[in-house]
Design a protein. Sequence first.
Length: 129
Amino acid sequence: MIWYIALGSALGGVGRYLLGGLIQDWSGSSFPVGTLIVNISGSFLLGLISGYALESAAISAEVRAFLTIGICGGYTTFSTFSLETVHLLRDGDYARAASYLLLSVLISLAAVFAGLAAGHHIVLLRRGG
């Protein structure tokens, strides 16, 4: 089980680095949009996998751990989000810090709900209903 999680964490971390950096470079902004998008998409992915895996026997415990604890755990960046928020606060950029905090938490929660619903819907479709 540990190796499944370790491999998933490595893949998720590399994905976070590549996608977050690409988005940040593309945006050209000092606002941490790369981390924001990674957190939101990671929340959706975790919700999707969990919503599907909890209602289906198609995913083994090892694969579920690889995908959720490993890939999603390595991919999402809550510690980076926290550090970036502190930097914004330390720099006196309170409005941006507040918007980053609210957007990250609220949209990530909504993404988990959406992912759970999507996972449930996939199970229903696979069952023919």
